[in-house]
Design a protein around this ligand. Sequence first.
Ligand code: PLP
Length: 394
Amino acid sequence: MKKFDPATELNKLEQFGEFGGVNPSITDSATYTFLGAETMVDTFHGETEGCFLYSRHWNPTNKYLSDALAAMEGTEAAWVTASGMAAITSAILQLCNSGDHIVSSVTTYGGTFAFLKYYLQKFNIDVSFVIPTDLDAFKNAIKPNTKVIYTETVSNPLLQISDIPAMSKIAKKCGAKLIVDNTFSPMMISPYKLGADIVVYSMTKFINGKNDCVAGAICGSLEYINSLIDLNTGTTMLLGPVLDPMRSSSILKNLYTLHIRMKQHSKNAQYLSERFTENGTKVFYPGMKEHPGHELLSSMMNKEFGYGGMIAIDLETKEKAYQFMEKAEKAGVGYLAVSLGYFKTLFSNSGSSTSSEVPEDVQKEMGMSPGLVRFSVGLDNDIENTWELIKNCL
Ligand code: PLP
């Protein structure tokens, strides 16, 4: 079987603007006119093609970006949202009713963890949390009312690797849907091709890569995406987290350089991980042979994009982590900031920032040291020099 290549699939798309523009036009309209009243009614019922009704439902510019993401993921369809959290929460709420149950990996982005652990209590949706690498724990946590299995391909911040084909089997067996957050590993991993039902993204990160906006995406079957925008029961249609078309247009242009950026992020992260290891600093990077998820990731990945741009180092205490980060920022390594996927290196202390929603005892249980510093490695041309700067700060 021919290998799936997300970058080539994306590049096959031909989307033109008015007057033959090489970039699709921006439709900055909230509503759309009809020449026939009947056509409008048919459009309401989803019975017309190429007609748009109202931009909370579909906007042509959002459709261009969604089609590009669907091509990249190998899904039938996609829908773009105003943030990654909008994608995650809408994707879950569309599948779960009051009284349902979710099995989720415990090491997820802090906002996702808070939504699953605290917010869903409002709707009487129960969530069991398990270690992402423990497949038996996933199996054992399944209940008759389990509707969703949720995980991140590469977990935040410990970079544990989820076995997507195995999780897909567990989900299929119990009739649940497998939702995978692939924010850390676009292009590198194609979760839908590995058996996930739904792939969600924070496009704020690598996909856009410019840190100039927040945005998200949901990719899946046409039936599922249409269910999200159903006029009466669709979560995104009714809660309304639609992405602005101006942003869709700029993200679409950035998407076309993602494959090159991912290769450079990976190359730089691999280099730094090797230097950290030589230096005796404890490092988490799935590109290292010693990483427990290395072989699994190697078996699932689209190889040419590398092992990703995220690494974490363990400096043992919060005090040491703070001291290091302040020095590193001053030295010009990058910025002390949350988020990831930027062209400059960003670093933060996970326990007190992006994972601060996770209670300390849970952080300990999942193996997260208080001195963990997560790096989103940038596109530095001279990574050897960056290492010299880092070394002086350690
Ligand atoms: N998923 C992951 C893995 C993240 O790291 C984040 C944010 O940091 C999100 C989702 C949420 O995305 P957004 O901030 O775009 O809502």
